[in-house]
Design a protein around this ligand. Structure first.
Ligand SMILES: Cc1cc2nc3c(=O)[nH]c(=O)nc-3n(C[C@H](O)[C@H](O)[C@H](O)COP(=O)(O)OP(=O)(O)OC[C@H]3O[C@@H](n4cnc5c(N)ncnc54)[C@H](O)[C@@H]3O)c2cc1C
Length: 298
């Protein structure tokens, strides 16, 4: 399987938060980098029972350099029966620009991670979790979109940086694509760091995850734990796991940096334990609400 080539990330040291350079395109008026790229869907594959891999193509991706491995972007999805129509984003916040489009043709906007970039083919892959109970515009669109369909990609920037020697990563299935990009990037550029990484993944079943997570990485990182729990119990399951690790003196509870991404309640729980119970400096905790239980995440 093709992965993001080593050359596709512009600063491989990544000691500072990366930002997309505004001079590359439209001057951004918000925190989210900013450049709108019209794309064509070239593949939509079910890679696990609850996970779809979408391939998006644009000649602009031949020149694209990522700001970091877990670069995220806004996916602009046209309404059913419509093609994606590029719109004016100059100097604007992307959400405001979308809100000004006539409701009848307004595209949906949701946030995803570049799982792979293949500059030679001008393609990116994005892995999208299917959550069938309340799909929302993102999961609904991805579940049925076919090759040949058009969409927009609002390029943003990466989040993770190489903060510290001993990191802990906590991810749910929505953040496992980002986690895997970080592990693969580290393997490419800083292989020795991997042996100090602690990883905790919380999911409902293996159906939500790209295959090979445990098989490929368990022996390469300091520790990797996949916790399976029932829906709604993710925060409790992670909290129990982390507190037990601390009680048992496990090194995953003696870390300098914490990256927690996924459902907002779960990420807040991890942050609380890291800061209040383990005394990790708040500046060394990156927690990102990828989605919100019971609410849309536009
Ligand atoms: C920086 C960033 C990177 C992200 N990268 C990815 C990625 O690579 N792959 C990916 O799949 N997601 C990713 N996400 C999360 C994704 O944006 C959210 O899951 C988003 O809510 C999906 O939109 P939707 O239209 O399907 O559902 P929404 O309209 O936002 O929500 C509808 C309902 O579905 C529920 N819901 C939303 N997401 C999930 C979920 N994952 N599991 C269970 N229930 C859910 C909500 O609680 C709500 O009740 C990322 C988010 C951010 C901020």
């Amino acid at each position: 399987m093709a992965t993001t080539p080593a050359t596709a990330v512009r600063d491989t040291e990544l000691r500072e938060h990366p930002r997309r350079d505004p001079s590359e395109g439209t001057e951004p008026a918000d925190d989210f980098g900013g450049r709108l790229v019209p794309v064509t869907v070239t593949a939509n594959e079910l890679i696990a029972p609850n996970l779809r891999r979408l391939t998006l193509s644009s000649p602009e991706f031949r020149e694209l350099e990522l700001t970091g491995p877990d670069e995220f972007f806004g996916l602009l999805m046209p309404q059913q029966g419509h093609d994606f129509e590029p719109f004016d984003t100059a100097g604007r916040n992307i959400r405001a620009a979308v809100a000004e489009i006539d409701e009848a043709v307004r595209p949906g906007l949701r946030w995803y991670t570049v799982r792979h970039l293949r500059q030679d083919e001008g393609e990116i892959d994005v892995d999208v979790v299917m959550h069938d109970d309340h799909p929302g515009p993102g999961a609904s669109w991805v579940s049925q979109v076919r090759p040949g369909a058009t969409a927009g990609v609002w390029l943003c920037n990466a989040i993770w940086i190489r903060h510290a020697e001993r990191p802990l990563f906590v991810a749910d299935p929505s953040a496992v694509p980002a986690l895997l990009t970080v592990l693969e990037f580290t393997d490419d550029h800083h292989t020795d760091d991997l042996s100090r990484y602690h990883v905790v993944v919380v999911a409902h079943s293996p159906d939500d995850l790209e295959s090979g997570l445990a098989e490929d990485w368990s022996d390469r990182v300091a520790s990797l734990q996949i916790i399976y729990t029932t829906p709604g119990m993710e925060s409790e399951a992670v909290a129990t796991h982390l507190r037990e690790a601390a009680e048992n003196g496990h090194p995953s509870a003696a870390v300098e940096y914490v990256w927690a991404s996924g459902e907002v309640g779960m990420t807040k729980t991890v942050r609380g334990i890291a800061v209040d119970e383990w005394n990790v400096d708040t500046a060394f905790v990156d927690w990102v609400a990828y989605w919100i239980e019971g609410r849309p995440r536009p």
